[in-house]
Design a protein around this ligand. Structure first.
Ligand SMILES: [Zn+2]
Length: 242
């Protein structure tokens, strides 16, 4: 049954002129997965409704998303009720900062930097690629052809696991690099993300609270080093003086 389905799917894709990867998740499905993941995340943590805090996050996030590669995604930026210093990106543009992160950042440049890092995970489709890689072929076919609630839920679970536990490995550097560029293009100082990483590096004695970057991302020192090289290219000034 699985083989027949795949064959039919592959044939249809070829007829439509796209033979390269018949098992690619389309944009609509990607957004649906993100929406499911967002519902799961909000049910688990709850959302902070403080209007001032929410408005600050949303206006910074939307400014950054507007200069991203996918400005037309249904971008939403919300705050999770958690004291951990963390941030999460789901496919389709559902982005979260924890309350802990909101209180931890020293200024708007740092918040723009971390939100831009998450925006890159979404607009470069990092979770989508990982889902295509990790899902069983049968379930992936079910997701693409039927969008069954079970397959959408399982895809969302893969995305959440990447966000909260595994991280995106080498793609974290990509998110740092493009995120710093997006934040700068949106009008923030280029050293926001770097400054945040440095604070976290100094605070790494508190690993229970500083979860973003420590558990799931590459070493902070390496990420800071790479940004030191990038910032002068963007601003023409040394990394510390932007
Ligand atoms: Zn990341």
């Amino acid at each position: 049954m699985r083989v027949i389905l795949l064959a039919i799917l592959s044939m249809l894709c070829c007829l439509a002129g796209g033979c390269e990867n018949p098992l690619e998740i389309d944009r609509e499905t990607e957004i649906e997965i993100g929406r499911q993941g967002a519902a799961d995340l909000e049910a688990e943590y709850g959302v902070v409704t403080n209007a001032q805090m929410q408005q600050r996050l949303d206006s910074i996030g939307q400014r950054v998303a507007a200069v991203s590669g996918e400005p037309s995604l249904p971008w939403t930026f919300k705050i999770l009720k958690s004291d951990e210093v963390n941030a999460v990106a789901l496919p389709g543009g559902f982005i979260y900062a924890t309350k802990g992160m909101m209180l931890y950042v020293k200024n708007d440049d740092q918040l723009a930097g971390v939100m831009a890092h998450e925006v890159v995970h979404a607009d470069h489709h990092h979770a989508k690629s990982a889902i295509e890689e990790h899902m069983t072929q049968a379930l992936l076919v079910e997701l693409i052809t039927q969008k069954s609630s079970d397959s959408v839920r399982q895809a969302a679970a893969i995305a959440l696991d990447l966000d909260l536990r595994q991280g995106y490995r080498e793609k974290e550097y990509e998110a740092d690099r493009f995120g710093t560029e997006y934040a700068f293009r949106a009008g923030y100082r280029a050293n926001g993300l770097r400054g945040l990483l440095e604070s976290m590096y100094e605070d790494k004695g508190d690993p229970a609270r500083i979860t973003w970057l420590l558990q799931s991302h590459p070493p902070l020192s390496k990420r800071i080093e790479r940004l030191e090289e990038l910032i002068p290219q963007l601003t023409g000034k040394p990394a510390g003086s932007t």
